[in-house]
Design a protein around this ligand. Structure first.
Ligand code: NDP
Length: 506
């Protein structure tokens, strides 16, 4: 029996909210323990359930800070993002250890996520010097017209646990550079990384009230923020159920709502694909981050002519994945994030078996030695799955991949598109014609050719179609569409009434 991980650690702290530039107690007697999913004996802290009243106070603080932040020149706002970037870079090793301990992904994956956040801050900080509009010719003499971008006011960001650093950054950074103030409601499963991130923005010099953090349940805190009359926009990433609820609430008040939700991302492997490349990319996409990425590969649509060889190689690769505590060297895949996600993984594996898919490897909980104290599931491969199977339709969010066998490109596209989601998709082929047809035919927001489904770069839009996403894409240039309002300005310098008359030639 290994020693309790509590030995030698400071007593778990109760997390606090950050409101109006101060860390404040959550005024709640109710808390829930924040557990390390790789070893549930390791308690990181206690998460408070803040009241709706405290959430409203955070909105009031953001509203009070808005006029001064709006009037801060955009390049100066961008400069604060560069400061946050430098701090994040300096502290990334420590933050990666925290992230792994709290969410379970491996240290390498945590460092990768933090690097993504650094890249986003670098890109978005530069937007402070690019936040221009257009100068447009007027149809009148001695008149001109232009557009400027204005912030919206207080915006809310509601985020999930699976990328608790990168996702908040890709919402908060563009919101701030556009001149909005923010109320940030992170997932209850990841308060530690959320607090560390807010502390970085605080130390980067953000004025009091510009960024506020409220911990607590989605039902109480989330709803109080989304329903608050001073909140002008909500950017949400998470499940479809919660996204639909938030979208509906936002629609009642006619505010902007952006939702990025689930995925069921396919890799299409044509018979002319580079087999090794397709297998390696599929395995990394399926089992990386324990399958808990919105862009995780959860279906492989393979041409029958290559299917036996592909499946054999994929199973061999899945068996090589070293599962364990992500903080330990040599581990490739960590645990499910919590008991509920762990049970969901096992439930879907059971559903897959019962509906007649062929379980080729994995499918069990791992309990050897120290693994018994965590939520570990084996990398799992199902073969001979059809589009009618539930495991080919629902987002499982675990290390479970379904192989769907098809004959020819047309069948492949039909199978790949046969889900309600539309986030990411890949094709592996050496035929340029099929590659470009795929870009036209696949109904998703992100397409990869000869590369896996996960991943993205800070300067490119990120998001999905169909049930995956509503609202402008996040990241890249499109991010500022959501967080700013266009104002159209007409300037008449004729000095005469009527200078703006429609010319007679019309
Ligand atoms: P949830 O939808 O359960 O939660 C997301 C956030 O919403 C959490 O902060 C949660 O708080 C909050 N919330 C819950 N109920 C409400 C409510 N009524 N009003 C306001 N906020 C609420 O998602 P998960 O955290 O489980 O994340 C996993 C999901 O996120 C997957 O479906 C995944 O595909 C998706 N995702 C999508 C991405 C994309 O870009 N398309 C990227 C990453 C993930 P609390 O934690 O307190 O419940």
């Amino acid at each position: 029996m290994s020693a309790s991980p509590a030995a030698g650690r400071p007593a778990p702290r109760t997390y606090r909210n950050f409101i109006g530039g101060k860390w404040v107690d959550a005024e709640s007697d109710k808390t829930v323990a924040n557990l390390n999913p790789a070893d549930t004996r390791d308690v990181l802290g206690q998460v408070p359930f803040s009241s709706a009243e405290q959430a409203r106070r955070a909105v009031a603080a953001a509203q009070a800070a808005f006029p001064a932040w709006r009037d801060t020149p955009a390049p100066r706002r961008g400069a604060m993002l560069f400061k946050a970037m430098a701090l994040l870079d300096a502290e990334k090793e420590e933050l990666a250890r925290l992230l792994t301990r709290e969410e379970g992904k491996t240290i390498k994956e945590s460092l990768g996520e933090i690097q993504r956040a650094i890249n986003i801050l670098e890109y978005t900080g530069g937007e402070g010097r690019r936040l221009g509009g257009d100068t447009v010719p007027s149809e009148l003499p001695r008149n001109f017209a232009y557009t400027v971008r204005h912030p919206l006011g207080v915006v809310a960001t509601v985020t999930p646990w699976n990328f608790p650093v990168a996702i908040p950054v890709w919402k908060i950074a563009p919101a701030l550079v556009c001149g909005n103030t923010v109320v940030f409601k992170p997932a209850t499963l990841t308060p530690e990384t959320a607090s560390a991130l807010v502390s970085i923005f605080e130390r980067a010099g953000l004025p009091a009230g510009v960024l506020n953090l409220v911990l607590g349940s989605g039902g109480t805190v989330g709803n109080a923020i989304v329903d608050h009359p001073d909140v002008r926009a909500v950017s949400f990433t998470g499940s479809n159920e919660v996204g639909a609820e938030i979208y509906g609430r936002g629609a009642q008040r006619m505010i902007r709502v952006q939702c990025e939700m689930g995925g069921k991302n396919p890799v299409v492997v044509m018979a002319d694909a580079d087999l090794d490349l397709a297998v390696e990319s599929t395995a990394l996409g399926a089992f990386g981050s324990t399958g808990q990425r919105c862009t995780a590969t959860s279906r492989v649509v393979v041409e029958e002519a290559l299917a036996d060889r592909f499946v054999e190689a994929l199973v061999a690769r899945a068996r090589q994945v070293r599962v364990g505590n992500g903080a330990e060297a040599g581990v490739d895949m960590g645990p499910a994030v919590d008991k509920s996600q762990f049970e969901t993984d096992l439930r879907y594996i059971d559903i897959g078996r019962k509906e007649g898919a062929e379980l080729l490897c994995g499918g069990r909980r791992l309990v050897d030695g120290a693994l018994a104290s965590g939520y570990f599931v084996e990398p799992t491969v199902f073969d001979r799955v059809t589009t009618a199977h539930q495991i080919a339709q629902d987002e499982i969010f675990g290390p479970v991949i379904s192989v769907i066998r098809v004959n020819g490109y047309e069948e492949a596209i039909e199978a790949a598109n046969n889900v309600k989601f539309g986030l990411a998709a890949s094709i592996f082929t050496s035929d340029a014609r099929n590659a470009y047809r795929f870009v036209d035919d696949i109904d998703v927001g992100i397409v990869h050719i000869n590369n896996g489904t996960p991943g993205g770069e800070a300067q490119l839009p990120f998001g999905g179609s169909k049930a995956t996403g509503v609202g402008p894409r996040e990241q890249g240039r499109t991010a500022i569409e959501f967080y700013s309002e266009i104002k159209t300005v007409y300037v008449d310098y004729t000095g005469r009434q009527g200078g703006g008359k429609i010319p007679s030639w019309r």
